[in-house]
Design a protein around this ligand. Structure first.
Ligand code: PYC
Length: 443
């Protein structure tokens, strides 16, 4: 397993925000001494803030709704790539409190369509270098990703994905059951199971990244460049005059802005409703859970579409599980007993030896599903109103590339080429980008 940890990152993150070239383990300046670190740890007040509180200004050049990875990344790239810093990121809750903090932290680019593969591969490139870009350890762990095939139809889809991936330079191949068992010895690859493993799509560059760290890293870097992050600031309405955005009404007052970007998940259609825009989005909950920590035995991220489960093991040793979206639309984020029962039976079928593990926590997030499982990004018929929505179950892995592409689209006032297939117009035009075949689990 190749884990890019903090020790391999040439710069140590200094909480003052200054980069240091000091290597871990070597004696360094007094501010890194053990006594100083303990002293600082015990007296919280001395730590500099990751980002700052501000009064809400009367106007901004850009208002971004949603302080998750997409909103924070868009703000960061507006400032860093385009010099647009008079930006406010508004969130009705806290940063990363939605899907960005509720996902299972999986990253990969082994999609099915050429548009999807190129897009998610750019995200992987940005993720690979994110610790250096943001000077913040995001705990990127390139551990390999296995999508199991239990039926002939799914072997065919995996082969198709592998070929598209290879053509676009993405490392991905179809492997047989024996090879699966060699990579992950705890998986039951025998033939006397209910859903025998016939093979898998193996994607060595896939892996995990600490999702909270990605949120904090983007927030800190955007704040440093002058972006204002306003938590607990709910957008109650969007003002328009003659079909053009003029600002937003919030729980803390009114703000004028010629550009508003909707980066919400779960509430995307409610925000679009504020300008009278109807998008083909249906919101479904998705549940996840984590076990007690045990000695690390699972190297890769393992996904089974037929058994509706994906699993990875954290560096702390917990198994993190996710499932399909719930089969009904809802805004509820409560955990359910049905989920844990199904999860347990399916996981034990895949890895009988984990039967004794205890589940510690479960939670849910909201997924805005589109008809073709691809996002809706860019311009809308309302001038100045942009969207970065409809992520379904793919939002976390797309955070960096979405931020970069939306910042470019807003700065250039032209749809960035990498998201040209994901426009709102593809629905009336019938040019859908069918990405269901790349879903981790059935929906
Ligand atoms: O598409 O890799 C994925 C995924 C993992 C969890 C939800 N979706």
């Amino acid at each position: 397993m190749s884990v890019r940890s903090a020790t391999e990152v040439p710069e140590i993150v200094d909480t003052s925000g200054q980069a240091s070239t000091q290597r871990r383990g070597s004696p360094g300046p007094a501010k890194y001494s053990a006594i100083n670190l303990v002293k600082k740890g015990l007296s919280h007040g001395e730590w500099p803030r990751t980002f700052h509180d501000h009064e809400l200004a009367k106007s901004y050049d850009v208002v971004i709704i949603g302080a998750g990875i997409h909103g924070l990344a868009a703000a960061y790239y507006l400032a860093s790539n385009h010099g647009i810093t008079n930006v406010a990121v508004l969130d009705k809750s806290y940063i990363g409190g939605g899907g960005s903090g509720r996902n299972t932290a999986i990253v990969r680019s082994n999609y099915l369509t050429p548009e999807g593969v190129s897009f998610y591969e750019r995200s992987m490139e940005l993720y690979r270098d994110l610790a250096l870009t943001l000077n913040f350890n995001v705990m990127f762990s390139e551990r390999g990703h296995l999508t199991l095939a239990h039926t002939d139809a799914s072997v065919r889809t995996m082969r198709w994905r592998a070929e598209v991936n290879k053509l676009l330079g993405v490392n991905s191949e179809l492997i047989d059951a024996q090879e699966v068992g060699r990579i992950e010895p705890r998986l039951d690859v025998s033939t006397n199971t209910r859903y025998p493993i016939l093979g898998a799509l193996y994607h060595p560059p896939g892996g995990t990244i600490r999702h909270d760290a990605v949120n904090w890293g983007y927030a800190r870097a955007a704040d440093k460049l002058g972006v204002q992050i306003h938590q607990n600031t709910e957008v109650l309405g969007i003002n328009t005059v003659g079909g053009k955005v003029t600002g937003v009404r919030t729980s803390r007052g009114e703000v004028s802005a010629p550009i508003v970007l909707n980066c919400t998940a779960g509430w995307a259609s409610l925000i679009c409703d504020m300008v009278g825009l109807k998008l083909p989005l249906i919101t479904h909950p998705l549940e996840a859970a984590v076990t007690e920590p045990v000695k690390v035995f699972l190297k890769s991220v393992v996904v089974s579409g037929s058994l509706h489960v994906y699993v990875s093991q954290t560096d702390r040793g917990e198994l993190v599980f996710g499932a399909s979206t719930a089969p009904y639309p809802s805004y509820s984020m409560r955990g359910s007993l049905e989920f844990t029962q199904e999860l347990a039976s399916h996981v034990i079928e895949l890895m009988p030896s984990v039967a004794g593990l205890r589940l510690m926590r479960q939670w849910a997030g909201l997924c805005d599903m589109t008809p073709d499982f691809s996002p809706i990004m860019g311009f809308t018929p309302v001038e100045g109103f942009f969207v970065d929505v409809g992520w379904g179950t793919y939002g976390f892995k797309a955070g960096p590339v979405s931020g970069e592409a939306m910042a470019k689209t807003i700065a250039d006032q032209m749809q960035a080429p990498i998201i040209s297939a994901f426009t709102y117009e593809r629905f009336p035009a019938g040019t859908l980008v069918g990405e269901k075949g790349a879903a981790s689990v059935g929906h």
